[in-house]
Write a protein that binds this ligand. Structure first.
Ligand SMILES: Nc1ncnc2c1ncn2[C@@H]1O[C@H](COP(=O)(O)OP(=O)(O)OP(=O)(O)O)[C@@H](O)[C@H]1O
Ligand SMILES: [Mg+2]
Length: 376
């Protein structure tokens, strides 16, 4: 295995047992060194996990065996080799024979002492994009919040008057007239139910956080689904039984998973529909909290995965906005509510989708400390 040469070992203040390879392996981003014949000479641990291949397999292969020949990255390598400069490219979609397309920033430079050698570093954009998205979702939830309180006053009160009046005149009408007053009542009920659903957004009470067992929440939501709207679906679970509790509101979290499972159940085919629920503990997922210098660990990952037809690319960026729906009877409030509750819990939600595999991934903090009540 080729190692990155250490230029001044005798003057280095680092421990003498450390070599370039040790340092390269400590870098959390994938790093690849390519020789003048475009053969991979070194990959660090992060690159092994990025390509889902061991170093002993990748090293010695042509770069085009791990990166498709027509990938823009190949052209960038050629550009650097021709000019001995370095290039950065942001937001490139990289896929390989064994990996799914991933959004990355790439930096390519030549090694000064030996310009035929090229060093490539990749940075996965996942977490940065998640933070951006989460901030957008919070904004969306806030706009529903103010609208919800207006609606409650300006629509619900007059509606109850209209409904009451319809019931009063009903007593003097024949059957044709009665069917019309019944229509008025049904429609006012439907609008009231919609406003009720939005009222959750305007609830000013701070979130009461208690330790909540995520598996119990998932099981509860699944039971509701299996006995109601998801009778046609087969559920699978892949839980990490050792994950700790999350600080949160159990009922609100149940609401989150019922909404996500309902969407999944509505997306899967009538025959062979499957929903997989997974939980896992992930180290090293830290995000900046908006408006503060605080950073928060979000190590708890919960995924709802379905084998439905997927979500169209152009819909994905608006998915968590209120009133975005593709269903004839949908309100488009389900995911807006989910995003609000997860945001209130200090977590993040994101979506990945391809045909037959749509993933809603939630990352949450873990509970550490005695029962307490905290607001935002
Ligand atoms: N798992 C999924 N698979 C495919 N599309 C999805 C999935 N989840 C959400 N969607 C899409 O996102 C849209 C918004 O979902 P959301 O839950 O906010 O509203 P809705 O389901 O349409 O309405 P409601 O939740 O009021 O019934 C849906 O109409 C659907 O097009
Ligand atoms: Mg929904």
């Amino acid at each position: 295995m080729a190692s990155v040469p250490s230029k001044h070992p005798e003057t280095s203040s680092l421990p003498s047992s450390w070599d370039g390879q040790t340092l390269a392996n400590a870098i959390p981003d994938p790093l690849i060194i390519v020789d003048p014949h475009d053969r991979v000479r070194f990959v660090n641990h992060a690159a092994e996990s990025f390509f889902q291949l061991g170093a002993n397999i990748i090293q010695g292969q042509g770069l085009n065996e791990i990166i498709p020949f027509d990938s823009p990255m190949m052209a960038l390598v050629g550009q650097v080799r021709g000019s001995s400069s370095s290039v950065s490219e942001y937001g490139l979609i990289l896929d390989g024979p064994r990996t799914r397309p991933q959004n990355v920033d790439i930096q390519i430079s030549s090694i000064l002492d030996d310009p035929g050698y090229i060093i490539i570093t990749l940075r996965q954009r996942g977490i940065a994009s998640k933070i951006d998205h989460q901030l957008i979702h919070r904004g969306a939830a806030r706009s529903v919040t103010s609208m919800a309180s207006v609606l409650a006053h300006e629509i619900k009160n007059p509606l109850s008057g209209i409904r009451g009046a319809a019931q009063l005149i009903e007593t003097n009408l024949d059957s044709d007239g009665k069917s019309l007053t019944r229509l008025i009542c049904e429609e006012t009920d439907r609008i009231c139910a919609l406003v009720d659903r939005m009222e959750v957004f305007s609830d000013p009470r701070p979130l009461e956080r208690h330790p909540v067992n995520v598996h119990q929440v998932l099981e509860h939501a699944m039971k509701v689904a299996e006995n109601g709207f998801a009778k046609h679906v087969s559920f699978k679970e892949k839980y990490d039984p050792s994950i700790p509790s999350v600080p949160g509101d159990r009922d609100q979290l149940i609401q989150v998973f019922i909404n996500l499972i309902k969407n999944a159940a509505e997306a899967v085919p009538a025959q062979g529909g499957e929903i997989l629920l997974t939980t896992a503990y992930r180290h090293g997922v830290r995000v900046a909290m908006p408006g503060t210098r605080e950073r928060m660990n979000l190590p708890l990952e919960i995924c709802i995965i379905d084998n439905g037809s997927g979500i169209a690319e152009d819909l994905r960026q608006y998915l968590f906005d209120p009133f975005v729906t593709t269903k004839s009877g949908g309100t488009g409030l389900g995911l807006a509510l989910v995003a609000k509750i997860i945001g209130d819990h200090g977590g993040i939600i994101e979506c990945e989708s391809e045909p037959r595999r749509t993933i809603f991934r939630i990352m949450l903090p873990i509970y550490s400390g005695p029962d307490k009540t905290t607001g935002e």
